[in-house]
Design a protein. Sequence first.
Length: 365
Amino acid sequence: MSSDILNNLNPGIDDLHPYEPGRSIEEVVAEFGHDEVVKLASNENPLGASPQALSILKGLENDLHLYPDGNGTKLKEEIANHENVSFDNIIIGNGSNEILELAARAFLNPNTSSVASKHAFAVYKIVTQSSGASLIEVPTYNWGHDLKSFRDYLEPSTRVIFIANPNNPTGTYNNHEEVYSLLKKVPSSVLVVLDCAYFEYVTKDDYVKPLDLLNEFENLLITKTFSKIHGLASIRVGYGIANPSLIEVLNRIRQPFNVNAIAQAMASIAINDHEHIRKSIELNSQQNEFLFDQLTKLGLDCIPSVGNFITFKGNFSGREMFNKLMKKGVIVRSVDLYDMKDYIRVTIGTESENLKFLKALEELL
């Protein structure tokens, strides 16, 4: 491509790198010839998709020639009932990532900035800098968001604050009082995005109750996803909750038919599959404790996690260990993208998946 056209890139894009997803099972099988591969890289639900949601797939093929409901009426009704909010409080997206991007497009431009924690979800930087804005990173406290310090990093140009709670890739969380205190200090003209992708896995009593904050803070946008506990990562569907005037603004720039019909139908069922949610939480709680203990016994430094993954450090390069484990048929995630070059993130799988991972890891230490 001619360098002339690249000279006209929006500010900030030069400094970005394409998002690096976890390696797929198909890629690893093709590269290494494994008969069996365990993928513990992308924080997917090891129990798979909601069985109730899967049961409706067969009846969907007759309408594939039709556009989906552009307003997502049925899905928004189910979300509103589940969250105990109004229909007008909901926006649906092609994964919760799209909601993050809509927020950035609505409020950020080359003369503005956003604020997020260091070692936070990589998409915050992508959506900020692709809007031409600059990202201000706040140093972490014990690998988590130091919300007490966030206010000190706000500039007159700041328009958006991103908070991942729990945080990916560290698995840390902020309690209700910490989030509430920050919202009280932040100017009402600054949008606060509370990214709750992993919230269902949190069993801490003091975890934030985001909907309790919604009525008091009109500058709050809560994002959630069906990709994690509901097991619907491949069909890409998530949602945002905010005051109706903010939702109306985001809908102005939302692409038509942004959530496909299959995603809408399956998500409408999955959100009410309480048994699948219960089993997923139970498995994760058990295996989180088991995996943390086993990794610690191997002499590895683990960051305590309330999510469905654990990030740990050893006497190795994270990227090198990632490659070595892949050769043994186990896909994990190196997190050098997050300036954590000596760390590995592993999704909490089933007991058999975790045991295979631990066996391969121990052989390499």
